[in-house]
Design a protein around this ligand. Structure first.
Ligand code: 13P
Ligand code: SF4
Length: 319
C-alpha cells in the first residue's frame, strides 16, 4: 500500500544520491526485482549479474541475492563499493565447501583441472582454475574435455553429475548440494506431469538426476525464462525457486506456470521451493544498508587477485 510506495520512493532517492545501482537475482522478492528495473538496475542469472556489475559505471553496486553474488561483484570491481541488504544471505553450496577442506581435496588430486561453481566463497574460487555458472558449465567442461583434461568439480554434485553425463568428461565430484533444489522428487514430478501431459518441464540443473531426467529443458534461470517465452507450449512445470515466476509472468503473461512439487505427498505444490537466504533480501533491509553502509562486501586483496583470474576466464569464454 502507501507505506510500501513511500519506502520504495525513499530507496529510489538514496540510490540516486549515492550513484548506486541494484543488481538483483530472479529468486529475490518481486518488489526488489521491480525496483531494480525501475531504477536502471538489472535482474539476471548469476553470470549476467557478474557481467552487468562490471559494465555499470555506478560507484556503488547493491547486490540483492546471496553472498557469493556480492563477492563476485567485488572481486571484479574492487574500486566499487559493493553492498548487500544482508551479508547473512549465504548458500548451502558455499557453506558445504569450506576453503581448507576444499584445498586439501585439490592437493590430493594435483593432476586435475579445478572447476568450481560460482556458488562458492572467494577463497574457494582463489584455489580454482575455472569458475562456471549453470549457464556455461556445459560448454566450459566440453572445452576442457576436448583438450584431454581431467576435472575436479565442486561443490554441487547434481550439477556436476549432469555435466559429467552430458559431456562424458572424467569428473571427480565434491559432495555438495543445494537444499532448495534437492527437495524436488522424481516420483512427485512424474505425478504432476501425468496431470498436465502438454506441459513442458523446465528444470534447474541443481536438481537431482531423477528430476533432470524428466526435463524438456535443463538450464540456468535465464535459460528457463527464455524457454517459457520461446516454446510453443501453453503450460510449463517449473522445477526451481518460486522467485523466478515474477519474471516469467512479466515476460509471458499468457502462459500457465505450475510449480514442481517439493513435497512427496500430493500432486500439487504444497510448499513451493524458496531459498531461505534469497528470502532474507527485502525492501526494509535494502533501505537500511543504503543509510548505514554496514553490510559491505570486503575481500582480502591477495585472495581477490587470485579469484579474479578464473572468474575473468569464464567471462572471456562466455563472450
Ligand atoms: P543461476 O546462475 O541459474 O541464476 O543460478 C544461481 C543459483 O543460485 C541457483 O540456485
Ligand atoms: Fe544456494 Fe540453492 Fe539458494 Fe541457489 S537456491 S542460492 S544454490 S541454496
Amino acid at each position: 500500500g502507501a507505506d510500501k510506495a513511500a519506502l520504495k520512493d525513499r530507496i529510489k532517492a538514496l540510490l540516486a544520491e549515492q550513484n548506486a545501482v541494484l543488481v538483483a537475482h530472479y529468486y529475490v522478492d518481486g518488489d526488489l526485482q521491480a525496483l531494480a528495473e525501475e531504477t536502471g538496475g538489472y535482474v539476471a542469472d548469476s553470470l549476467e549479474m557478474a557481467r552487468f556489475g562490471s559494465e555499470s559505471d555506478a560507484e556503488t553496486l547493491v547486490v540483492c541475492g546471496v553472498r557469493f553474488m556480492g563477492e563476485t561483484a567485488k572481486i571484479l570491481n574492487p574500486e566499487k563499493r559493493v553492498l548487500m541488504p544482508t551479508l547473512k544471505a549465504t548458500c548451502s553450496l558455499d557453506e558445504g565447501c569450506p576453503p581448507d577442506a576444499f584445498s586439501a581435496f585439490c592437493d590430493a588430486h594435483p593432476e586435475r583441472t579445478v572447476v568450481v561453481y560460482a556458488n562458492t566463497s572467494a577463497e574457494v574460487k582463489a584455489r580454482s582454475d575455472w569458475v562456471v555458472t549453470s549457464s556455461i558449465a556445459l560448454p566450459v567442461v566440453e572445452h576442457l574435455h576436448a583438450q584431454g583434461e581431467k576435472i575436479l568439480w565442486a561443490p554441487d554434485k547434481h550439477l556436476g553429475h549432469y555435466v559429467q553425463r552430458m559431456t562424458g568428461a572424467d569428473i571427480l565430484l565434491w559432495d555438495g548440494a543445494c537444499v532448495v533444489h534437492e527437495e524436488f522428487k522424481g516420483f512427485a514430478l512424474d505425478r504432476v506431469r501425468r496431470l498436465h501431459p502438454d506441459a513442458a518441464v523446465l528444470v534447474h540443473p541443481e536438481s537431482p538426476d531423477e528430476v533432470v531426467d524428466q526435463a524438456d529443458v535443463v538450464g540456468s534461470t535465464t535459460q528457463l525464462i527464455k524457454a517459457v517465452q520461446n516454446m510453443a507450449n501453453q503450460e510449463f512445470i517449473v522445477a526451481t525457486d518460486e522467485g523466478i515466476f515474477w519474471k516469467m509472468h512479466q515476460l509471458a503473461p499468457d502462459k500457465h506456470l505450475i510449480a514442481a512439487p517439493t513435497a512427496g505427498e500430493g500432486a500439487t505444490c504444497e510448499s513451493c521451493a524458496h531459498c531461505p537466504w534469497m528470502a532474507m533480501n527485502a525492501l526494509q533491509n535494502l533501505e537500511q544498508v543504503l543509510r548505514s553502509h554496514d553490510q559491505e562486501i570486503l575481500i582480502d586483496e591477495p585472495i581477490r587477485r587470485r579469484a579474479v583470474v578464473p572468474i575473468q576466464r569464464m567471462l572471456d569464454f562466455a563472450r
